[in-house]
Design a binder for this molecule. Structure first.
Ligand SMILES: Cc1cc2nc3c(=O)[nH]c(=O)nc-3n(C[C@H](O)[C@H](O)[C@H](O)COP(=O)(O)OP(=O)(O)OC[C@H]3O[C@@H](n4cnc5c(N)ncnc54)[C@H](O)[C@@H]3O)c2cc1C
Length: 462
């Protein structure tokens, strides 16, 4: 390990350069510029900035799942993304679902602009993975990178997105088969899918939708399985009416009341607008409070009985994706099954997979669409294991994500939040539930940057 570089200005390290890390770095620069603070922000990611899992795709069929008018990177300027699109020759309606690659261009531009607004600040990038994080004296923390470099930081922001992939669904006989694609988002992962071969997608959420669109080809049948067989609901085109949030008997109702009130609220929306979606969208602003008020028993019941249904109505696909998926289903290119993968055999030139119910299929590849691992204790990612082993973090409520304070400062294994280590986005899902999409991430990034700058001990204290 190299000797950590101690910097004269405050040094902030953001680990992860997906949407959350990019927006955090931009906000740190903007806030430092506003306060005329000389700071150094180091953004660490082995992959190019602004992409992460969602925005690395260059496939034009992969569209945002949220209309352009809701995707501003800046809470205080809701139409920023829509205007940016127009300024860059992409004239679209505000309710359009635009290709996701446009959003990554936008994120990179937001970061570039933030650099210009903060002449007192320096942004550095490291094309590397963080492999360890060592808390030191006086609040300083050392981040160790895969390149061998060590960076001393006054504050570290963990913007890791997720904690790797879940492998528990893979039947033992094919656990090591190269025909099982465990991380479909890894660069080049889909190259392992043999041309023309049928494919099994395990999972039926938005990742499955992306992959079905990507892999659909004449002569190939794509099978998608999930325990409830439910696909994400489609968004309807156009700007949807805003509906008031439902009223509860208290700010923190129990799960039974929540389910009853939401059922009635959806019926009200159907009567008023001819559609249930405004009711679902109406609780977005209070979802974190509702989740925070549920007892542990209620949260577990929600997770085991209702979360999949909630995800299918809350995390909807664009109307364009829905139309393409409908076409694939009608032509027989995509077949959905309500089933689990119970057994499999590697035949060398293909896999034989057996679904619950007894259906056997011969496929060229099995692709994991079960979504990312969200439990640190199950994570096989070395950096996450190092964070746990050092006690820098501890799992959040129900074991999901990291435990944090209300401002996103991580709580360590002893229950202390003294270290200047922060996180945002899906790693706060256990505490907040609604914490994975841009509207929440942009708010958290802005609030976190203010807190980090306020809470950072001045360099002289080291
Ligand atoms: C297919 C898909 C479509 C989506 N569409 C939308 C949408 O339309 N609108 C919306 O609001 N949200 C959407 N989302 C939600 C999406 O998760 C968020 O918008 C956002 O992309 C999350 O960004 P993130 O930075 O938290 O995580 P990620 O995108 O996962 O980025 C994390 C980054 O951290 C890096 N990293 C991880 N570990 C390390 C390490 N040890 N060292 C260095 N770097 C590390 C990774 O390389 C990665 O670049 C979508 C999600 C998916 C999966």
């Amino acid at each position: 390990m190299n000797t950590p570089t101690l910097l004269s200005n405050s040094s902030y390290v953001v680990v992860g350069g997906g949407a959350a890390g990019t927006l955090t770095a931009a906000r740190l620069l903007l806030e430092a510029g506003r306060q005329h603070q000389p700071v150094r922000v180091t953004l660490v990611d082995p992959t190019p900035i602004g992409r992460g899992v969602a925005y690395s795709t260059s496939d034009p069929r992969h569209r945002l799942n949220v209309p352009a008018y809701k995707m501003s990177a800046l809470t205080e300027d809701g139409s920023h993304f829509h205007r940016w699109l127009a300024d860059h020759g992409r004239e679209v309606a505000e309710a359009d679902f635009v290709p996701r690659r446009w959003f990554r261009d936008y994120l990179c531009d937001v970061l570039e602009k933030a650099k210009c607004w903060a002449p007192s600040a320096v942004l550095e990038q490291r094309e590397a993975s963080a492999v360890d994080l060592v808390p030191g004296e006086f609040g300083a923390t050392t981040v160790e990178l895969s390149t061998g470099e060590s960076i001393a930081a006054d504050a570290v922001v963990l913007a890791l997105g997720h904690l790797g992939v879940d492998r528990r669904w893979v039947p033992a006989p094919i656990a090591t088969s190269s025909r099982v694609i465990r991380d479909p988002w890894a660069y080049g992962a889909l190259d392992a899918v043999p041309p023309n071969a049928d494919v099994l997608l395990v999972g039926s959420g938005l990742t499955m939708i992306d992959l079905a669109l990507r892999l659909a080809a004449p002569g190939r049948t794509i099978h998608a399985i999930s325990r409830n067989g439910r696909l994400p609901q489609p968004h309807l085109p156009g700007v949807r009416p805003g509906m008031e949030a439902p009223e509860f008997s208290s700010p923190t109702p129990c799960l039974d009341e929540l389910l009853t009130v939401m059922t009635n609220h959806a019926a009200k929306a159907r009567n008023r607008y001819g559609d249930w979606r405004p009711a679902i969208d109406s609780i977005r602003a209070i979802t974190q409070r509702l989740w925070g008020g549920l007892s542990e028993t209620d949260r577990i019941e929600f997770l085991t009985k209702h979360a999949r249904t909630w995800d299918s109505v809350r995390h909807r696909m664009s109307p364009e994706s829905a139309a393409s998926i409908d076409r694939c289903r009608q032509s027989g290119q995509l077949v959905t099954h309500t089933a689990e993968l119970v057994d499999a055999l590697d035949l060398g030139d293909s896999l034989e997979v057996v679904l619950s119910g007894g259906t056997a299929l011969r496929v060229g590849a099995v692709v994991n669409c079960t979504g990312p691992c969200d439990r640190p204790e199950r994570s096989e990612v070395p950096f996450v294991r190092a964070l746990l082993d050092r006690g820098v973090v501890r799992p959040g409520p129900l074991g999901i994500g990291f435990a944090t304070t209300s401002s996103g400062r991580v709580i360590d294994a002893t229950g202390s939040s003294d270290a200047s280590v922060w996180t945002l986005g899906s790693l706060r899902k256990g505490s907040l539930w609604e914490s994975t999409a841009i509207p929440e991430i942009r708010d958290q990034a802005a609030a976190l940057a203010r807190c980090v700058l306020t809470n950072t001990p001045v360099p002289a204290q080291r």
